[in-house]
Ligand binder design. Structure first.
Ligand SMILES: Nc1nc2c(c(=O)[nH]1)N[C@H]1C(S)=C(S)[C@@H](COP(=O)(O)O)O[C@H]1N2
Ligand SMILES: [Mo]
Length: 425
């Protein structure tokens, strides 16, 4: 094992070596089954895990027949349904504040939302890197730890996936999201580190594995077990939250109530909803969600696949329907949001002529880590016809959204500038 797992890139490299040596075992699932499953899915452009349609089918009709198992209503003006998932319509964020209201926060469910009462709920912390045996925490006990509050986005690793197909002509598997698989909320909860310390975590801990109480995930006849994805102990002991409130309300069922994990900056799958138990392990842990899923595969990627994905990338979106119709010669304010998993976004540029000329957008929020900035530019369309609106963000690491993203078979981490079609009439 590497000495310093507190360094994310060291952790990633270590993982990759373990993978290459064949040490990865998909915890209880036959790896040959999984490889066959996902290889076939990618080649055929067929479904990935929990996906309803290949991204090639991206478009208004893709989720039309879907019946997601959510508790909250999913009206078409707020959401686009995609299989068991519901994408936030960016146009529905126009005029809202920096936090995504719960009624329009995207839902990504591998199965269906379970109903779990807070008073019967227990969190069991167990594993060979604890000083003693398993420790259980009730909801009230959890709430007796010091509370912390943070404004953070949760964004699916596949957010923007459909643009690999519509913009780059590439086939990818998985839910055909446009840009609405993200939301920002004010999370209140307790530090995971406080809970792990109380449970007796030792220096032997390498991986921490939260597991959801929702149903086991069965995909094409293979049971992957319950949703679970290991976190390096260093991240788990750093800034991870066990959240019981969202935007000042008890955590709603669809977002993991009564208690979920919230992992700042990392891809959405890390933020396990309806957490029921957490394994604290002295050995590296592997599940389908850090081996075959949520890594980059394909000709443009390392031969054995990338390290497991951790941080989110950089994106921008207009608060406008894709393909909107706007009147000519009428002044309007184009609004949108930009965000990055690496650093605050401090510059956004917009083009209203397909990328020929760019202007600086006005930022409406102070750039902040873990959240997005709202921005605007005035626009008076002067000619009729179709055009593309483009927005391009730069974060405090100096990184700017590129023109294209290197392809990966499962369509993760799209970060290229999106060409947003509009028709001027
Ligand atoms: N238990 C459990 N946790 C889960 C999931 C799930 O299906 N079950 N989906 C994950 C994925 S892929 C994402 S992107 C986020 C979505 O969070 P949200 O539904 O609150 O928006 O939750 C993650 N946590
Ligand atoms: Mo996700």
């Amino acid at each position: 094992m590497p000495a310093d797992l507190s360094d994310e890139s060291q952790y990633d490299r270590a993982r990759l070596r373990q993978w290459a040596r064949g040490r990865a075992r998909s915890a209880g699932v036959d790896r040959r089954d999984l490889l066959r499953l996902f290889a076939a899915g990618a080649a055929a452009g067929a479904v990935g895990l929990g996906a309803a349609a290949p991204a090639a089918a991206a478009g208004a009709a893709a989720g039309a027949a879907a019946a997601p198992g959510t508790v909250k209503p999913l009206p078409p003006e707020l959401f686009t349904l995609r299989g068991t998932n519901a994408e936030t319509n960016f146009a529905a964020l126009r005029g809202t504040g920096p936090l995504t209201p719960v009624d329009r926060f995207f839902v990504r469910n591998h199965t269906v939302t379970p109903r779990i009462a807070a008073d019967g709920w227990r969190l069991r912390v167990w594993g060979d890197a604890l000083a003693g045996g398993p420790v259980e925490f009730s909801y009230d006990r959890l709430r007796s730890f010091p509370a912390v509050e943070r404004t953070l986005f949760i964004e699916c690793a596949g957010n923007g996936r459909s643009f690999y197909t519509t913009q780059q002509g590439q086939q990818v598997s998985g839910t055909a999201w446009t840009l609405g698989a993200i939301g920002v909320a004010r999370w209140r909860g307790v530090r995971l580190s406080d809970v792990l310390r109380r449970a007796g975590v030792t220096r032997r801990a390498v991986d921490v594995l939260p597991r959801g109480l929702d149903d086991e995930v069965v995909t094409n006849g293979v049971n992957l077990g319950r949703v679970r994805r290991p976190l390096p102990a260093s991240k788990a002991l750093d800034d991870v939250i066990l959240a019981y409130e969202m935007n000042g309300e008890p955590l709603p069922p669809d977002h993991g109530g009564p208690v979920r994990v919230v992992v700042p900056d990392w891809i959405g799958i890390s933020s396990v909803k309806w957490v029921g138990d957490i394994e604290v392990s002295g050995q590296p842990l592997y599940t389908p969600w850090n081996t075959d899923l949520y890594r980059l595969f394909g000709p443009d990627q390392p031969a054995q696949g990338s390290a497991p994905l951790t941080r989110q990338t950089l994106k921008s979106a207009f608060e406008l329907e894709l393909g909107a119709t706007v009147p000519v010669h009428r002044a309007r304010l184009l609004t949108g949001r930009s965000w990055s998993g690496a650093a605050p976004v401090h510059r956004v540029e917009v083009s209203t002529d397909g990328g020929a000329r760019w202007q600086r957008a006005r930022l409406h929020d102070a750039p902040r880590r873990g959240s997005w900035v709202r921005w605007s530019v005035p626009w008076t369309p002067r000619t009729t016809g179709t055009t593309a609106l483009l927005a391009r963000a730069t974060d405090a690491t100096g990184r700017t959204q590129p023109q294209t993203t290197a392809h990966n078979t499962q369509g993760y981490l799209f970060d290229a500038v999106v060409r947003h079609p509009v028709t001027v009439v």
